[in-house]
Design a protein around this ligand. Structure first.
Ligand code: MG
Ligand code: ZN
Length: 225
């Protein structure tokens, strides 16, 4: 009966160790790593498509796409100007550090400044698995409803950045942004928040400016150490 707990701990420990190795591979090259999480359809890939062309003006961008099947999203990221690798998890509903490690093997790390990892669309387990990235970003979209922070507290607690996407739909759907904000604040007060729309482009410059500043800080840190 007591056998199962050590097994679970061992799996988590192994993941954390591989995540540390992934982090070291990024840090030694001054690459900023972002882990984007959301429910399916929130617009993770659309945001990547929107920001990569702007970021590519001064950053070399790599993208790791995590999906259960297909390479649709990696093709979209590549078309936007990123060097992209697709991970097909074959059914697993989240990425693990081992998968990211294998994807890193396929990327020209010495020729990258920024790595964006798009996690499998899921608001539950991606929060549990460290990947070695520096910042966890959660995308919430207006049509999903204003109750998501209340229903998925763990996900909202574990992120450094929140992107509210599809704000152009606010007049058409029932989404009480104040109720949403209250739920977020109760879990993760002061989380850096961007309100954007991939359709209109609203809010994208602020998001791009933040990524650029974070990447510059990482690069500066790499030079010092
Ligand atoms: Mg996607
Ligand atoms: Zn999962």
């Amino acid at each position: 009966m007591s056998v199962r707990v050590p097994v679970v701990e061992a799996i988590t420990k192994a993941n954390d160790e591989l995540a540390r190795l992934n982090r070291a591979r990024l840090d030694s090259r001054g690459i900023l790593g972002l882990n984007i999480m959301a429910s399916p359809g929130a617009g993770k890939t659309s945001i990547i498509e929107c920001i990569v062309p702007k970021l590519s003006r001064d950053l070399r961008v790599g993208v790791i796409e995590g999906d259960i099947a297909t390479s649709f999203d990696a093709e979209r990221a590549a078309a936007a100007g990123a060097t992209a690798v697709q991970i097909n998890t074959g059914g697993s509903c989240h990425l693990e550090a081992q998968m990211v490690s294998q994807a890193l093997d396929q990327l020209p790390l010495d020729a990258l400044d920024l790595l964006i990892v798009e996690n499998v669309g899921n608001l539950i387990c991606p929060a549990t698995f460290a990947l070695g990235t520096h910042q966890n970003i959660l995308v919430a979209s207006v049509p999903e409803g204003d109750d998501k922070p209340y229903k998925h507290p763990r996900m909202y607690r574990g992120v450094q950045v929140l992107i509210i996407n599809k704000v152009d739909l606010l007049p058409y759907v029932r989404f009480d942004i104040e109720r949403f904000r209250r739920g977020v604040n109760a879990l993760n007060e002061g989380v850096l928040t961007f309100e954007v729309s991939c359709t209109t482009g609203a809010g994208m410059e602020a998001l791009v400016d933040w990524v650029r500043a974070e990447a510059a800080a990482r690069r500066a840190g790499a030079v010092q150490t």
